[in-house]
Design a protein around this ligand. Structure first.
Ligand code: OOG
Ligand code: MG
Length: 269
């Protein structure tokens, strides 16, 4: 069998996502380098832009040891967020549009409106204006949520949806260590599903900005004015049920909620 091109890989993953259908991972059948996986990721983003979606930010993956251990990978990765992935805080997400979604408690940074694409070669931290509690829904397009590092990168780091709580100004206090060890909780229908600390995010979530800058500089992710940086989960991910209310609480930063509905197709299954 001939190896699929990067365009083909991007198209296959895009179709799998749109149809909420799992595909086989590439590891073991296609020789996909990490650099090529990032190229496939960015081609996938091009496909989405071609349908009118706008890039609104980037997201880190595997910034916490617990997450990396859960998925059996070692390196920090960077994906791209579009407007279609964003659910308003308190909003509803149709569970039936996803394959096997999981949820993660995160924090989000917002970059200045004046930020330029050249920022990816500079100091992203200097451009942060706001911070907020966030919730990310991930949904691997691969069978059983199992993948190699290149696989998950090509799949836009399993990005599916996210919501951001109220943006707080990024004060000097937050910049000078104030984000380093805040208690994080993930609640599903009120019950505690995971708990941790922002410390789990690379020792300090500000390190996520340095990692985003490094990876965007190497692989060419777009950095947009007013863009969002999701710092990565502070805990292992938890299966996201249908008909549920998910809440992330970050001490000192606030809360964000998201609910899921069940579609008619799912009820019949
Ligand atoms: C990859 C995405 C990881 C995070 O916050 O660590 C991620 C995956 O686990 O499928 O978003
Ligand atoms: Mg995440």
């Amino acid at each position: 069998m001939t190896e699929p091109s990067l365009d083909q890989i991007a198209e296959d993953l895009d179709a799998a996502r749109l149809e909420a259908r799992e595909i086989d991972q590439y590891a073991g059948r296609v020789d996909l380098s990490l650099a090529d996986a990032y190229r496939a990721l960015l081609r996938g983003v091009q496909l989405r832009r071609g349908r009118g979606e706008q890039v609104v930010g980037v997201k880190l993956g595997f910034t916490s040891r617990e997450k990396a251990r859960q998925m059996g990978v070692a390196d920090v990765i960077l994906g791209v967020l579009t407007d279609e992935m964003q659910v308003p805080a308190g909003g509803d997400l149709d569970h039936g549009t996803m394959i096997h979604p999981r949820v993660e408690p995160e924090i989000a940074f917002r970059l200045a409106e004046g930020v330029s694409t050249s920022t990816r070669a500079e100091d992203l931290l200097a451009h942060v204006t706001h911070v907020a509690a966030a919730v990310e829904v991930i949904d691997s397009r691969y069978h059983n949520f199992s993948f190699s590092l290149s696989d998950v990168v090509a799949d836009n780091t399993s990005a599916s949806h996210f919501a951001v709580g109220e943006w707080l100004p990024f004060t000097d206090e937050l910049r000078d260590g104030g984000l380093g060890d805040l208690a994080v909780e993930l609640r599903i229908d009120g019950a505690l599903a995971a708990a941790g600390s922002t410390k789990a995010i690379l020792g300090d979530p500000l390190e996520a900005l340095a990692a985003a800058q490094r990876l965007a500089g190497t692989h060419g992710h777009p950095i947009v004015p007013g863009g969002i940086v999701l710092a990565g989960s502070a805990t292992a991910a938890v299966q996201l049920p249908a008909d549920a209310v998910v809440q992330v609480v970050v001490a000192g930063l606030g809360t964000v909620t998201l609910s899921t509905s069940r579609t008619a197709a799912e009820v019949q299954r």
